[in-house]
Design a protein around this ligand. Sequence first.
Ligand SMILES: Cc1cc2nc3c(=O)[nH]c(=O)nc-3n(C[C@H](O)[C@H](O)[C@H](O)COP(=O)(O)OP(=O)(O)OC[C@H]3O[C@@H](n4cnc5c(N)ncnc54)[C@H](O)[C@@H]3O)c2cc1C
Length: 571
Amino acid sequence: MNGVLGGDLDAIGDDVDVIVIGGGITGICVAREAASRGLSVALFEANDFGSGTSSATTKYIHGGIRYLEQFDIEVVRESLRERRILALGAPHLVEQTRFIMPAWRWSKPPTALIGAGVLLYDALSFDRNRRAPDSLRIPHPRWLSRRRLLDAVPWLDRDGLQGAFAYHDTLNIHPERLLFAYAKSASVAGAKLFNHARVTAFVGSQSGGLFRVEGVRVSHGAREREVRARVVVNAAGPWIDKVLATLGRPTGVGVDRSKGVHVLTRPLGGPGRVKDAVFARARSGRHVIVSPWMGKSFIGPTDTPIDGDESSVVVDPSDVDLILDTVNSTMAPEADRLTVDDVEMTTVGVRPLIRTGTEDEGGGTYSASRRHELYHHTDHGVANVWSIGGGKWTTGRATAEQMVDRLFENELSGRRSRRFDSRRTAAFGAFAWAEDADPFLRAAADELVSLGLTTRSAETVARLYGSEYSRIADIVRADADLARAVGADAHDVGAQVVFAVTHESALTLSDVIDRRLVVGTTGQVSRTTLENVARIAAPLWGWDDRRIVDEVRREHDRRIVTTTHWRTPTA
Ligand SMILES: Cc1cc2nc3c(=O)[nH]c(=O)nc-3n(C[C@H](O)[C@H](O)[C@H](O)COP(=O)(O)OP(=O)(O)OC[C@H]3O[C@@H](n4cnc5c(N)ncnc54)[C@H](O)[C@@H]3O)c2cc1C
């Protein structure tokens, strides 16, 4: 048990206590919580771990200040509590970030009300610095004068600008790698986690009016098998209703789906100039968050109700236009406004929102609650199945804790829970719980530089892999060529590719590039980089030269389609 993911389905044995469907943050946290409390667990993810909504976020572990407008105090308080817990558990993968919320004379809500909201947000995070080292401490919010504001964010529209509120939230530096840290925590605790393993059906028996679920059918590559369990947790995020549909009987449970898009652009205000995240709300009432990220600006999200299946989750030209129009309308007339040509890449995900059953009151999914709900399907004539609806990345741990409590109270009531407190447990790979990561990061980076990595590559590996940097170091010690970057557009090194395949169950080029390395999240990936990655991974995957050529072409074409779809104007 060393945190290695994936493997052969036979490793599961005949049955387990809990099957988890879905390897997004919710399912991964359920697997971690359940396994750490002594249950045997198998998790199946249809695509790649974290490849759904969990990798398409705004990248914040946050309280959700804007939910105060909906008086969703409970969600905000729970999220602020989780913000602290997640930061203490993985100090190397988070960064406290100052948010600037500009106030114009025309702002809606008006400045005084925004101020009241910021103060309430601060009050609700009363415990934010408990046990926190200096690097994770969050100061009280403050008012920035117009002059100070324009020093910090020079591109803002000056007309009617009064100043800004400055408050802090926590950057999830690389949500994909933090998700992997939890997945490895689950694996170390004994859970078996499989990606590219789709649950295709429930198996069970009818008894009286109740359908007793006894397991699921899973399809994994060429294999298909049944896995039995005492209880199944459906954590398929936006797709919980599609999974339930395979039961063949109505449950009435589902979520409202809302598409959220971000764009990655040249850095607004110039390279390295703007260090804060800007919460910019336009005259239209729409807001975008402009975050400095990897030397660029990451801007979004949109919030559009959608229906349909996973194939409908694409970025449309109108999504990109909406983001650009919103941010441009908060910029000074003389500022260098953004155009489509400034967009280097986009991300898209689907929020799973709790179905209210009430008619839209005008706010659409934008004003829908981000709370979560646990559905026990015994209420729907189906035994031994739960579904999880709603939630946020930030609240995945809390949701999982509640879910596993319910399992111990119901289907697993005869079982004793092993002592485990995920509120006070470091994520796998964290150097230490609730300690400043900087000294560890510096020592790790120095060691990697001594092995031949550039400073930038070494710092990236130390931060994203935490204590697992030593495994990357071991790979480089065995083959010095693997200290080199995988391409001119990348700081990731060859050893990371090897590690992705041998320890992190990367089965495709996209698995490596988009979630385990950084390069897939910072812009277009050149064909040369794709080839370099493929050549390093090929011997481990058993690919010959022909397969390398085919796979690189296929992945390159797939990326072109994703890139060009939103560049094509709709008819
Ligand atoms: C644009 C946007 C920005 C956001 N920003 C933030 C933010 O900054 N902070 C925050 O806290 N939250 C944010 N959220 C919300 C957050 O991302 C989601 O609430 C969270 O990621 C949902 O996680 P999940 O595990 O429930 O769903 P997902 O991550 O979608 O995971 C569900 C998984 O189930 C799998 N699956 C489906 N069917 C099957 C099957 N039959 N068999 C096996 N697997 C299956 C899917 O492949 C998928 O990977 C944002 C959401 C969006 C859309």
